[in-house]
Design a protein around this ligand. Structure first.
Ligand SMILES: Nc1ncnc2c1ncn2[C@@H]1O[C@H](COP(=O)(O)OP(=O)(O)OP(=O)(O)O)[C@@H](O)[C@H]1O
Ligand SMILES: [Mg+2]
Length: 543
């Protein structure tokens, strides 16, 4: 049983939710929804025990499997270890045991401790831990050769599978997943849907992906109006039910307001006169009718607008025979293309096909990409490619949105200060204006970068691009973490942008509506270059 009672959370003036009581039942699959920054990840941390509620209590089953929103957190660890870490008690015991065994001279106390630790390892099935982990990984389609690698060496989709194995390790009774489909390609998402639909414990999944929620959820727990309301059905059912309930309350309120106005008018007119008992009873009725104040919905729309400080030359980018392998693994086999200013290119293909690799090659050879950004893209030094040429055109200035965008925003500063460093000459008004457009109004602008939610971090990076006004936008999965309103705003901003766009995304609407050219990464490491929309591309491929 997983339940919360009278749980409240607020940060400063911002109330996330108040007095929430709700229960999650085995066999049911819940979507946890709400706009960016509404408190989904926070609520999940309350459920998992990572955070304590400021008020109220949480009851959890003994074993919980958790997939956190930060999919890069385990990068320095090995794959098998990462899975075993899913059982915290076992992992801690194994670590301590190894430290004791590594000692030169063991004391009696060490010996006692070892006995105790071996007991825990036994209880937690630790002796078959590695093989159990391997079996889980195989089930999740992570081949044996990857088991000895470090997490940092895996592609986004593979990483998520390993982290899922971590969540599943040790047979949890409930599975808590924070944005599991981020960084997954369509095939992997379909696989995950199938997997969750037959899982027999409680599933609670945070996602901004409507299709995904519709396919897995039996219930939706929606964070809005400073509370959490559970609806039966999938995401689309919730949207319908929510608008119905809302408009019902609103119309009741409107009727009551009208009645109150009439009564007040009577009271005003006759209060000085002889009808005092009638006035008195009407006063009472007004009190009774006092309109219940509606909590405001927290759905807000950001306004994204990308402008160019200066347009680039017409021939913005030339690729000549670009090749790239990692060790003996070929990723890109001689790719040649030339890009004209204003083209909007969607890079498509399965997880691990080499999309990010190609973007890294472009960035490593760009004169305007700051060192700090390159450092975060793995192994991106020098020219990065093994052969061929990347030539940027006249006046090209590149704005970059990395797949791992969270690491581009260092902790220990505020949103406003972080943004300011990218243009020290910008005025406070200008910075505040941009931040306001991206929903960091007033005190939100000075909020610490340590606490930004996934979507807030993405919005802050858009602020940077709106400030710098580059003429080429290189975006690696920009819609991960974004809520529906923000994805729409991004879609419109990219359509209206006059510069050049290179875009990796698994969001089909975005590809359909923005792309004027497709680079499709094939399984034989070649890239198909198609000049036209995705719709035209599909028609051409089918023929
Ligand atoms: N320790 C903290 N101090 C102050 N504010 C915080 C703290 N932790 C989180 N917040 C704020 O609380 C809000 C909710 O954060 P949370 O990460 O739960 O959002 P979310 O719903 O998961 O959003 P997203 O969809 O973007 O992932 C955010 O505005 C965040 O900045
Ligand atoms: Mg979150």
């Amino acid at each position: 049983m997983l339940s919360v009672s009278n749980v409240s959370m607020r940060y400063g003036a911002k109330i996330l939710f108040e007095e929430v009581s709700t229960a999650f039942t085995p066999g049911k699959r819940y979507g946890l929804t709400g706009p960016n920054g509404s408190g989904k990840s926070t609520f999940m941390k309350l459920l998992s025990g990572e955070l304590e509620p400021q008020k109220g209590t949480v009851v959890r089953p003994r074993k919980l499997g958790v997939l956190s929103q930060d999919q890069f957190a385990f990068d320095p660890h090995g794959v098998i270890d990462t899975v075993i870490m899913g059982n915290k008690r076992l992992w801690a015991a194994l670590q301590e045991r190894d430290t004791i065994y590594a000692k030169h001279d063991m004391t009696d106390a060490d010996g006692m401790k070892l006995g105790e630790l071996e007991g825990i390892v036994g209880e937690e099935d630790g002796y078959t831990g590695e093989s159990d982990a391997a079996i889980l990984l195989q089930g999740l389609d992570i081949s044996d050769e990857l088991h000895s690698r470090k997490m940092g060496e895996l592609q986004g989709g593979q990483k998520v599978r390993v982290l899922l194995a971590q969540a599943l390790f040790g047979h949890p009774q409930a599975l808590l997943l924070d944005e599991p489909t981020n960084h997954l390609d369509l095939d992997s998402i379909h696989w995950l849907q199938g997997f969750l639909n037959v899982y027999d414990g409680v599933v609670i999944a945070i996602s901004h992906d409507r299709h995904f929620l519709n396919s897995i959820c039996t219930h939706i727990a929606d964070i809005d109006y400073e509370t959490i309301i559970t609806y039966t059905g999938s995401y689309d059912d919730m949207v319908v039910a929510k608008t119905q309930v809302r408009s019902q309350i609103e119309s009741q309120n409107a009727q009551r307001e009208k009645k109150i106005a009439q009564l007040n008018e009577f009271i005003a007119r006759f209060s000085a006169g002889t009808r005092s008992s009638q006035v008195q009873s009407r006063r009472k009725e007004v009190e009774r009718l006092q309109v219940t104040e509606l909590a405001r919905s927290n759905i807000q729309r950001p306004y994204i607008k990308f402008e160019q400080k200066r347009p680039s030359g017409k021939h913005i980018l030339e690729l000549e025979g670009v090749r790239k392998s990692y060790a003996d693994k070929e990723v890109i086999r001689t790719f040649t293309a030339s890009v004209i200013r204003g083209e909007k290119i969607a890079l498509m293909g399965r997880n691990g096909a080499g999309k990010t690799t190609l973007l890294n090659a472009l960035l490593a050879n760009s004169p305007t990409t700051p060192e700090a950004e390159l450092r975060t893209t793995s192994g991106c030094d020098g020219a990065f490619i093994d052969g061929g040429k990347v030539i940027w055109g006249h006046e090209a200035s590149v704005g970059y949105f990395a797949q791992d965008h969270r690491t581009l925003i260092e902790t220990g500063t505020t949103a406003l200060e972080w943004l300011h460093q990218w243009d020290p000459s910008a005025s406070n008004e200008e910075l505040r204006g941009i931040l306001g457009q991206m929903l960091f109004a007033r005190e939100e602008a000075t909020k610490s970068t340590n606490v930004l939610s996934g979507g807030e971090a993405a919005r802050l990076l858009f602020c940077k691009l709106m400030l710098q006004k580059p003429n080429v936008l290189v975006f690696d999965e920009p819609t991960n973490h974004l809520d529906l309103e923000s994805i729409n705003a991004l879609n419109i901003a990219l359509q209206r942008f006059h510069g050049t766009v290179l875009l990796v995304t698994h969001d089909h609407d975005l590809i359909d509506e923005v792309a004027t050219r497709i680079w499709h990464f094939e399984s034989d490491h070649k890239i198909t270059d198609f000049k036209g929309s995705y719709e035209d591309y599909q028609a051409a491929v089918v023929v």
